[in-house]
Design a protein around this ligand. Structure first.
Ligand SMILES: O=C(O)c1cc(=O)[nH]c(=O)n1[C@@H]1O[C@H](COP(=O)(O)O)[C@@H](O)[C@H]1O
Length: 236
């Protein structure tokens, strides 16, 4: 269980990210997610700067490629000192095993990252699964299947919606992580997300960690929104 909400730093560049982080007390150690948007513009140097500032990093690059390429990517990332990173479970068991091998072969002078796998994105609906992916099973079955394959490959857990966290825990082991984005407060616009839950409902449904973007980054007072969400998570 990760005790703080993970804040998705979905910003275009270092300048925007730094002004956002300045809204938090200097000694507040955050768990932040750097995604493709920020990583592709600022690269590894900025990730290392965030680590030096005392933050835990979820580097969310959603790798999905042939096993050998993913292995070498993970070896490159392993030296950074990040806490978590992602691959797509759709890449297959072999790809996920290679990913783990890549991390293990890397140079961990700082911290060994845990790898978690994307199941079905929280922006995917049952209808899209049927009409676009041509998957005939239910969305839940697909997510649970990906979770079992991820566990078989030896990774630490999955990214799924909080709606599926409990069923994943039942289908896998106690320590297997169900990291859940798609978090909204009551009454907030869901935007492009399809499978959402509140922080309280997510915790009650056995989510291991919540990933929160716009509910914090676009709040009028981001630090206060963070504190509210953190408290909801702690108290549930
Ligand atoms: O890997 C992720 O973090 C992720 C997986 C997923 O299925 N859904 C999902 O929303 N995310 C990420 O979680 C964050 C959610 O942002 P908000 O919808 O603004 O809270 C974004 O950074 C997404 O990239």
């Amino acid at each position: 269980m990760i005790n703080r909400p993970i804040i998705a730093l979905d910003f275009q560049n270092k300048r925007q990210t730094t002004s956002f982080l300045q809204l938090f007390p200097q000694d507040e150690q955050l768990f932040v997610k750097v995604g493709m948007e920020l990583f592709y513009s600022e690269g590894t140097n900025f990730v290392e700067e965030l680590i030096d500032q005392g933050h835990d990093i979820f580097l969310d690059l959603k790798c999905h490629d042939i096993p050998n390429t993913v292995r070498q990517t993970m070896t490159s990332l392993s030296r950074l000192g990040i806490s978590l990173t992602t691959v797509h479970a759709a890449g297959g068991v072999e790809m996920m095993k290679y990913a783990l091998d890549g991390i293990n072969k890397g140079n961990h002078s700082k911290k060994i990252p845990q790898i978690i796998a994307i199941t079905q994105l929280t922006s995917t609906s049952q209808e899209q699964l049927e009409t676009e992916q041509l998957v005939e099973r239910s969305l839940i079955e697909s997510v649970v299947n990906y979770a079992k394959l991820t566990e078989l490959a030896g990774l630490s857990g999955v990214v799924c919606s909080a709606q599926e966290a409990k069923i994943i825990k039942e289908a896998t082991s106690k320590d297997f992580l169900a990291v859940t984005p798609g978090i909204r407060l009551e009454g907030q616009s869901v935007g492009d997300q399809k499978r959402v839950m509140t922080p309280t409902a997510a915790k009650k449904n056995q989510s291991s960690a919540i990933v929160v973007g716009r509910s914090i980054t676009r709040a009028e007072d981001p630090f206060s929104a963070y504190q509210t969400i953190k408290k909801m998570w702690e108290d549930a």
